[in-house]
Design a protein around this ligand. Structure first.
Ligand SMILES: Nc1ncnc2c1ncn2[C@@H]1O[C@H](COP(=O)(O)OP(=O)(O)OP(=O)(O)O)[C@@H](O)[C@H]1O
Ligand SMILES: O=c1ccn([C@@H]2O[C@H](COP(=O)(O)O)[C@@H](O)[C@H]2O)c(=O)[nH]1
Length: 235
């Protein structure tokens, strides 16, 4: 097995599938099945999921929302997605536990590293909801933070493009893909695959990031099996 313990970052925006808002049941189940498949292989899995399919504080602020409250709304959106994913995993027989960065029992248990480690060592999928618990951050930074805390071997950024490109491939058709790239080069080229805070944290704490397309079924298993897909971002 390529990695023993991973932090999987899932895009909230991808969760809406083709429907433009909210949670697409088919996409949710596809994600749950891919996670269940690698959980059955014995991989320890922490998951952070975004909230862009529901609310983002920054886009709220551009429409006149208070940023602080908008970010809290965004963090709650990630909790909604986490609950949906946990329930989809449970429905197919995979144990999953939601730990929240903001205290809100009984929706989820309050996050602490020992609690997360206990669940991971017991073979449960641990969904780390609510980002960092603080406004002015994103779930990319939440993923970096939790990945470092749980001592993950790698952060797998499961997104809707198949790696890091010279420019945003959804906007520039001439962009070309890297097989691997250093954090420094991501920074100097100004590549927007993760926010700068997340990039800096991963670099400083030597947490490699593998960016891959999670919307192709079977890709998560391929990553764990050592197939060469996606882009590895390294120190
Ligand atoms: N240089 C680049 N290489 C690859 N993707 C890039 C690049 N620059 C921008 N992107 C964009 O980054 C997106 C991936 O980011 P991510 O998975 O965090 O999505 P998101 O919409 O921000 O999700 P969330 O809802 O979790 O916030 C891709 O869809 C891609 O269009
Ligand atoms: O630590 C965090 C994480 C997230 N937020 C807010 O939630 C939304 C959704 O997260 P995405 O990473 O954009 O999917 C984000 O836009 C922030 O508004 C936060 O405040 N703190």
């Amino acid at each position: 097995m390529q990695y023993k313990r991973i932090l999987l970052k899932l895009s909230g925006e991808s969760l809406m599938g083709e429907q433009g808002y909210g949670i697409d049941a088919q996409r949710l189940n596809d994600y749950a099945e891919q996670v269940a498949e690698i959980a059955a292989m014995g991989v320890q899995i922490g998951i952070v999921i975004g909230g862009g399919n529901i609310f983002r504080g920054l886009s709220g602020a551009s429409k006149g929302f208070d940023r602080y409250k908008g970010d809290q709304m965004g963090m709650l959106a990630t909790v909604i997605n986490a609950l949906a994913l946990a329930s989809a995993l449970n429905a197919i027989g995979t144990k999953a536990r939601v730990l929240t960065a903001i205290r809100m029992e009984p929706v989820g248990e309050y996050y602490s590293k020992p609690r997360a480690m206990e669940a991971l060592n017991a073979g449960e999928v641990v969904i780390l909801a609510g980002g960092t618990g603080n406004p002015y951050f994103t779930t990319d930074t939440g993923s970096a933070l939790r990945g470092i805390e749980i001592e993950a071997d790698v952060m797998l950024k499961g997104t809707r493009v198949d790696g890091v490109y010279t420019a945003d491939p959804e906007k520039d058709p001439t962009a070309t893909r890297f097989d691997k790239i250093s954090f420094d080069e991501v920074y100097t080229r100004g590549l927007k695959i993760m926010d700068l805070t997340a990039t800096a944290m991963c670099k400083e704490n030597k947490l490699p990031v593998l960016v891959f397309n999670m919307d192709v079924k079977g890709n998560l298993k391929k990553v764990l099996s050592g197939d060469k897909i996606g882009t590895l971002v390294h120190t």
